[in-house]
Design a protein around this ligand. Structure first.
Ligand SMILES: Cc1ncc(COP(=O)(O)O)c(C=O)c1O
Length: 378
């Protein structure tokens, strides 16, 4: 039997607004149970309105598909090199390999925990010297925190290399006045079940270039040309979002600002309550950044605290998780080149992601906080 005291607290569960069901019912009533229909067009338009009216959105079956299509649209192919933030979830990088290209990993800066401008420039110079100018840069707003957009953009522009903005975790975040998801040549968002808003599984590709949007839709639809006969000039993919799931997305998007406020409040309470523990650290928000605080992660005083604290929380039926293990530490990438400064290794060693779901009650958050405080006081 579960009671209030031992109810499971998840890291980042889906949080329905109550508006989704009506959209889903509409899809059923109209029988548009297909990767086509009114909700797809509606969701794309509403995302455009939310992000920036000058941008074009293509909704897809995942954020991973959005990154894959971005690479294809930039012409990334066999033998190319792509510079990727090492401190990320592997979905940022797998699509590079789908293209037959080679990822080169770039370490993080200490404040945002995202791609380090110095290491990035070092890598670009080095690769160019070796006659391998990188084809693209994949930069990630990790846990919703904007990367150093000004610095990365200015390096990218000076070497004329396009940036793919992995904004999978950062819908609702901003850099200066611009929304994350509109800061790259091509940008990806995820609507996976754990994200700030969800379509159960899903994603979106965003670009300012209308022609790229048209090509993205073509590639996501098996590259079927707009003719009556089945005509294909390219290899395509089955990457479009279902109309039913787009309906869930429309209901979710109506409450995005509330979800951001809730996650930011959760972060503030953790920060207020846990900062008194000596040497505990947090991901910092620069003056020009506004994070959706998708997940609150803490850095513990010692790496030896991480697993015992995770196990202790688990014993109280509370889910917490280590930070993403950097890509340069992954066995599958053991032969890959990387430009490393030690930051993402340190973050991985000491970091723990805490329950941050927008439906986390204050009472439940205090359950988490008191276990962490007890751990450090004993
Ligand atoms: C940083 C990052 N990039 C890409 C993805 C891929 O998104 P999806 O799960 O929708 O394919 C995710 C999420 O899972 C992510 O966290």
């Amino acid at each position: 039997m579960q009671n209030k005291e031992n109810k499971r607290i998840w890291l980042s569960p889906p949080h329905m607004s109550g508006n989704e069901q009506a959209f889903v019912n509409q899809a059923f009533e109209s029988n548009w149970i297909a990767p086509n229909g009114e909700h797809i067009n509606g969701f794309e338009q509403e995302l455009t309105n939310y992000l920036n009216p000058n941008y074009f959105v293509t909704v897809l079956n995942s954020g991973t598909s959005a990154i894959h299509l971005s690479l294809l649209l930039l012409g990334v192919t066999d033998g190319d090199e792509v510079l990727c933030q090492s401190n990320t979830f592997i979905a940022s990088v797998n699509p590079v390999c789908y293209c037959g290209a080679t990822p080169i990993f770039i370490d993080s800066e200490a404040d945002s925990w995202n791609i380090c401008p110095e290491q990035l420039e070092l890598a670009i110079k080095d690769r160019i010297k070796l006659g391998k100018k990188p084809k693209a840069i994949i930069a990630v707003h990790l846990y919703g925190m904007p990367y150093n957009v000004n610095a990365i953009q200015s390096i990218a522009e000076s070497y004329d290399i396009p940036v793919i903005e992995d904004s999978a975790e950062a819908l609702g975040s901003r850099y200066k006045t611009e929304k994350c998801g509109t800061l790259g040549t091509l940008s990806a968002i995820s609507f996976n079940g754990n994200k700030i808003i969800t379509t159960s599984a899903g994603g979106a590709l965003i670009t300012k270039d209308k022609e790229l949007k048209q090509k993205a839709v073509l590639l996501a639809n098996q590259a079927k040309e707009y003719t009556t006969e089945y005509l294909h000039n390219h290899i395509g993919y089955n990457y479009r979002m279902s109309n039913v799931l787009a309906g869930i997305g429309r209901g979710q998007l109506q409450v995005i600002e509330k979800r951001v406020e809730a996650r930011r409040a959760i972060y503030s309470l953790y920060k207020e309550q846990l900062s008194s523990i000596e040497e505990v650290g947090f991901q910092s928000e620069a003056d020009n950044s506004y994070s959706n605080r998708w997940l609150t992660c803490i850095l513990l005083p010692k790496s030896s605290d991480k697993e015992p604290l995770r196990v202790l929380l688990e014993q109280h039926n509370i889910e917490s998780k280590p930070l993403w293990k950097p890509m340069h530490q992954q066995p599958v990438f053991k032969n890959s080149m990387s430009y490393i400064n030690g930051i993402s290794d340190m973050l991985f060693n000491k970091g723990l992601c805490l329950p941050s779901g927008s439906d986390l009650t204050e009472e439940d958050q205090f359950r988490v906080i008191s276990i962490i405080k007890d751990y450090f006081s004993s």
